[in-house]
Design a protein around this ligand. Structure first.
Ligand SMILES: [Ca+2]
Ligand SMILES: [Ca+2]
Length: 213
């Protein structure tokens, strides 16, 4: 476990929680894969012993490569189990420790096959959340595409009634691809955070990403 595997969890208006080493490293060398560590309680937002958020990130890549992150996220974190109800956006910031120092970047390109396909999205990419430097996405932002988009059973993410990595809970599964200039980033999923408990309080969840030159 590397100290670099710093995981940032921003919870509602509470602000920023920082926890070290919440990601397990699989593989080694230049392209390790990082996954949520079930044995910490930082992925169980309502303290019922069931994991609510699972992420698997291919941690490093260079600016000519496509990077890939898999997500499995429980319904409550995204406010629903249909494409109409569920909402989640994506953003990238600088790695500054304090949120008020962070810059929100929109010069990375993110997509998945649904956004690329046919006429699903006008620019065939997932528009990123754009906020002024230092802003927190406490109110669900206007900017950025809703990643949980689609109709019927076809969409950008898939709703599944039982997800092993979420301890059997229902939730959304999907993969994000992206590329961008070399740098160190936090990659955020941005969530509607209008509730007062459990995953309803989660406004954004960030993982560290390095893009090598
Ligand atoms: Ca839970
Ligand atoms: Ca778009």
């Amino acid at each position: 476990m590397k100290s670099l595997a710093l995981l940032l969890i921003m919870i509602g208006i509470v602000g920023v929680n920082v926890a070290d080493a919440d990601l397990v490293v699989l593989g080694k060398g230049k392209a390790p894969i990082y996954v949520s560590d079930k044995n910490t309680n930082h992925f169980d937002f309502n303290n019922d012993g069931l994991i609510d958020y699972y992420v698997k990130a291919h941690y490093t890549g260079n600016s000519k490569q496509t990077l890939k992150v898999d997500y499995k996220i429980q319904d409550e974190c995204v406010d629903g189990n249909t494409y109409e109800a569920a909402k989640m956006k994506l953003g990238f910031t600088s790695r500054d420790f304090f949120f008020f120092d962070r810059t929100w970047f929109t010069n990375l390109v993110a997509w998945n096959p649904w956004f690329k396909a046919a006429s699903n999205d006008d620019n065939k990419r997932i528009d990123l959340v754009s906020l002024p430097k230092g802003a927190l996405p406490i109110d669900f932002p206007e900017s950025g595409d809703d990643v949980l988009a689609g109709t019927g059973k076809k969409g950008s993410f898939t709703h599944t009634s039982t997800i092993k990595e979420l301890d059997g809970q229902p939730g959304w599964e999907g993969t994000i691809f992206f590329s961008g200039p070399a740098g160190e980033y936090f990659m955020w999923t941005v969530h509607p955070a209008d509730g007062t408990e459990g995953c309803d309080t989660l406004s954004a969840f960030g993982i560290p990403i390095i893009i090598e030159p």
